[in-house]
Design a protein around this ligand. Structure first.
Ligand SMILES: [Zn+2]
Length: 261
């Protein structure tokens, strides 16, 4: 059956002071990552850039008070659903461990289920994701779009972010926290003044994936210990709705119980 054409490819919703959540609602929930625009006094930041099925920048700039202001692009990690639009930004930051992957993506890079390794699909199903249709989108971004033409471009980093570094937007200062487990170079951005944490896929309020390439349960456990040491008021995860400290504790306890048997 031919796919319908989407009315809007992206949606946007304000989720905090200066913070806008951007989604691609027609992408299967498994690969539907959160993108966060933070508008700062001195510069803006886009954290993660979706699948790259269509350009993000034109839509993003409609959301910004000043589209001519500097904007820096931070990748929480380099899975397909987080780096699709990195090539659209002049400043591109990522953890050193995943810089090579961002420059030349080697992981998943197709919109077709049958291009995924069967074992990985099973991992997603076991984690609790709904079954995948043949194509990972349920609508076309525009008439005549061919999902076979999809390319995950990637782009070389222009700078690196590691534990102890910071991202300064003028009125928002984020500390970089290395949060491996879901991927070796996963990073979070923590604003100490407000307790807001952008966690990437280190933690979110949905099925965590810990059994795929580059993933590590021991690293995940260390990452959760690191999160416990922070005073966190609000988590903006890499997927699913944002949540507070009580839910954070519940999610961590649930997975620790699974991992420790
Ligand atoms: Zn991921």
């Amino acid at each position: 059956m031919p796919l319908p054409v989407a009315e809007n490819w992206f949606t946007a919703k304000q989720v905090g002071p200066d913070v806008t959540l951007i989604l691609e609602p027609h992408v299967h929930v498994l690969e539907q990552a959160n993108m966060f625009l933070v508008q700062g006094r001195d510069r803006d930041m886009i954290l993660d850039t979706g699948m790259g099925i269509v350009p993000l920048r034109p839509f993003l700039d409609t959301l910004r008070a000043d589209p001519d202001k500097d904007i820096i692009c931070v990748s929480s990690h380099t899975h397909i659903d987080h780096i699709g639009g990195v090539h659209e930004f002049a400043t591109r930051l990522v953890h050193p461990t995943e810089a090579a992957e961002m420059a030349a993506p080697s992981g998943l890079k197709s919109l077709y289920r049958d291009d995924m390794p069967a074992r990985l699909i099973q991992t997603f199903l076991d984690a609790g994701y709904p079954p995948l249709d043949e194509v990972l989108i349920d609508a076309l971004p525009y008439a005549g779009y061919d999902p076979r033409s999809y390319v995950l471009r990637g782009a070389p980093a222009t700078g690196l972010l590691d534990e102890g570094d910071s991202v300064d937007l003028g009125d928002h200062l984020y500390e970089v926290i290395h949060l491996p487990g879901h991927s070796p170079g996963g990073i979070g951005l923590y604003e100490r003044a407000t307790g807001v944490l952008f966690a990437g896929d280190a933690i979110y309020d949905g099925p965590l994936i810990y059994d795929g390439p580059g993933m590590s349960v021991p690293d995940y456990l260390d990452t959760f210990a690191k999160l416990r040491a922070l005073d966190i008021a609000l988590v903006h995860g890499g997927h699913d709705p944002s949540f507070g400290p009580d839910r954070l504790d519940q999610i961590m306890a649930k997975y620790e119980a699974i991992w420790r048997g």
